[in-house]
Design a protein around this ligand. Structure first.
Ligand code: C5P
Length: 232
């Protein structure tokens, strides 16, 4: 089983390239950002005030813990149909809302919450897990902010995908480079908040940096395919 770990900031194209890479090799696909987003959605849904001046971190941690241990959470690892569920309800679109985007860093910034998520992610990418049975043991592409360093530092392929900030902002918003933050997902603000708890702007030892500022989607995918082929 080949594990491919891809980290990087918001707007670098991690999800689309990771999905295409998983599809190419018949691997499972795990979007760990979707898991953090699902937690933020669940907390908001439960009426927790994530804007509170003094956020009740213990309550958030307990609520997130229940989300996983009481079987409310489910995720599909099919790269053609990557979906997230809460109590059987498909929340894949809801977790991309501006409300969730603007609150997710508050949830992911709580260290005990990260411990819950890292454990859940490790369980998912282990042998004899959903990921393993989906790919019939071939492998998984897992993407996020701490996959190369914390979740799967022993992955066979470890990549930090980066691009210049103005390029990422433009990709996220579909606007021209230089247009600045448009809409409500300000990737620069989210990266700043996320950088306080995870290190995804510089590559850790043994992690290959791939700057795709001047590469298109196909070119980025080709480089990643080559890296996985070398590891097989
Ligand atoms: O990848 P995406 O932008 O959807 O991630 C949403 C948020 O989830 C990030 O802004 C970050 O706060 C959190 N995250 C994280 N660690 C990961 C993946 C995502 O903290 N491995």
């Amino acid at each position: 089983m080949i594990r491919v770990a891809i980290d990087g900031p918001a707007g670098v194209g991690k999800s689309s390239t990771s999905k295409a890479l998983a599809k190419y090799f018949g691997f499972a696909y795990l979007d760990t950002g979707a898991m953090y987003r699902a937690c933020a959605w669940w907390c908001l849904h439960r009426g927790i005030d994530l804007d509170a001046a003094s956020l009740d971190e213990q309550l958030v941690t307990e609520t997130v813990g229940e989300f996983f241990t009481d079987g409310h959470f489910d995720i599909s690892v099919d790269p053609d149909d990557a979906r997230v569920f809460a109590d059987g309800e498909d929340i894949s679109d809801a977790i991309r809302s501006s409300e969730v985007s603007s609150h997710v860093s508050k949830v992911s910034g709580i260290v005990p919450v990260r411990h819950v998520l890292v454990a859940a992610q490790r369980a998912l990418i282990m042998r004899e897990s959903a990921v393993d049975s989906f790919s019939e043991g071939r492998g998984v592409v897992a993407e996020g902010r701490d996959i190369t360093t914390v979740v799967a530092p022993d992955a066979e392929v470890r990549v930090l995908l980066t691009a210049r900030e103005e390029v990422r902002q433009a990709r996220r918003t579909g606007q021209a480079v230089g247009a600045g933050a448009v809409g409500s997902d300000d990737v620069a603000a989210r990266d700043k908040a996320d950088s306080k708890v995870t290190s995804f702007m510089t590559a850790a030892d043994g992690v290959t940096t791939l700057d795709n500022s001047d590469l298109d989607f196909e070119q980025t995918l080709d480089v990643l395919i080559g890296m996985v082929e070398d590891a097989i």
